[in-house]
Design a protein around this ligand. Structure first.
Ligand code: AMP
Ligand code: MG
Length: 392
């Protein structure tokens, strides 16, 4: 049995960026990272653009200009101005080549076909030059940039329709257990509703991993082996729920061994989640999480989360941690370090009831886990504790 920090270290070492790209329509690329540099296909703005509603002028010594026309946004006609002439212009409209400043309409008085400026102005005032943001052929967005809404807007403003992004992993979730019944069916004696697959799928969706399939297998050695062989061949990451413990009907370990999945660790000194398995077959990463729902979810947050971040080439791979003041008392049984369901709020943390690995009732309220190290046997109200913040 290894320690939590050893297990985290092993996950970090063995999960590497996928280095696969996929071409995405820009509107579907949100949240992805750019796989390669994006060069600008145009200069932005593509023409000298008015930054104001007002008057474009060809500067001369006086303050009065003769009005000779109008250009609104989207117009493409040229007006040739001589010194002392002006055209009415609007925000976003092309400034004539012969104009060298735009005056805000608030700073102008208009009389007949003449405008008079309140004061002198400087050359190129209120004119956005061609390529002010980026010039044609220049680097627009760097490889590795996360595509935020602003980045998508910027790419769209350059007329970009598709981008090459870092591919996210294909992920399979496999549940095991003869006792599991899908919602919508009656619960006969001895059965429970299956919850881990949709819970883990949602944990993945929440982190913006959408390429997730769900598979179910009975507690049967041959079926487990065959199903695992299939999903390991077809996915970058396989998350198995249950069947990894030491019971007579836990076949996952045996099946993984038969499939030559390399064991990188099995069993971690922690509560919940002691029977956690982590391994690899070629490039496919395999986690077998304990079936108890709260243990499965905690192992997801502490270990699978890191694997996902590493696969996406991130530097910050663990969930954020902070210190907080405990609002609760808690006594630990046994010497394993423990992750406790908790609610964190402004520097305080409440440790919840129902810490059993089988129970999700209070986990449903939690936004954090309190980490209780091996050498700490009790937490008293007011004690400083370490808190792991769960993804919102
Ligand atoms: P196991 O790890 O297979 O021994 O399962 C431990 C406990 O978790 C048992 O009580 C199972 O019934 C329960 N369990 C396993 N898988 C699931 C699941 N997918 N949904 C809900 N409970 C589960
Ligand atoms: Mg089971």
């Amino acid at each position: 049995m290894i320690t939590i920090s050893e297990a985290i270290q092993i996950v970090e070492t063995h999960c590497v960026p996928l280095f696969k790209s996929s071409l995405k329509p820009i509107e579907k690329a949100g949240g992805y990272q750019l796989f390669s540099d994006v060069m600008s296909p145009i200069s932005m703005p593509p023409f000298r653009q008015s930054a104001m509603d007002g008057y474009a002028v060809c500067l001369h010594d006086g303050l009065t200009y003769r009005l000779i026309g109008e250009i609104k946004a989207g117009d493409s006609h040229q007006i040739i101005l001589k010194k002392g002439e002006a055209v009415r212009i609007f925000t976003g409209a092309p400034v004539p080549d012969t104009a060298n400043a735009v005056i805000m309409q608030e700073k102008v008085t208009v009389k007949n076909l003449q405008i008079t400026l309140a004061s002198k102005t400087t050359i190129n005032h209120n004119i956005r030059p061609v390529g002010e943001q980026v010039k044609k052929g220049e680097l627009a967005l760097k490889k590795g940039t996360k595509l935020t809404p602003a980045a998508i807007g910027y790419a769209c403003s350059l007329g970009i329709q598709n981008v090459s992004v870092v591919k996210k992993p294909h992920i399979a979730i496999v549940t095991t257990g003869n006792e599991l019944v899908e919602a919508g069916n009656p619960l006969s004696y001895g059965k429970i509703y299956e919850s881990n697959s949709k819970m883990l799928q949602n944990a993945l969706y929440n982190l913006k991993f959408y390429d997730v399939t769900i598979h179910k297998v009975e507690d049967d050695y041959a079926k487990t082996r065959d199903k695992l062989e299939e999903v390991i061949n077809e996915n970058d990451l396989v998350i198995i729920s249950g069947g990894i413990s030491v019971g007579d009907y836990d076949f996952v370990g045996k099946a993984l061994e038969a499939l030559n999945v390399e064991t990188l660790f099995y069993q971690v000194k922690q509560k919940p989640g002691k029977p956690l398995f982590f391994g690899k077959k070629e490039d496919t990463v395999v986690f077998a999480l304990p079936g108890n729902p709260a243990a499965a979810l905690t192992c997801f947050y502490i270990y699978v989360y890191i694997a996902l971040q590493k696969m996406m080439g991130k530097n910050e791979v663990e969930l954020p941690r902070t210190k907080a003041k405990s609002l609760s008392n808690f006594i630990k049984n046994g010497d394993r370090p423990q992750f406790l369901k908790a609610i964190y709020h402004h520097g305080n943390v409440e440790i919840l009831e129902g810490q059993s690995s089988a129970m999700l009732q209070t986990y449903a309220l939690a936004n954090a886990l309190v980490y209780m190290p091996e050498n700490v046997s009790k937490i008293e109200m007011g004690n400083p504790v370490e808190v792991i913040l769960l993804p919102a």
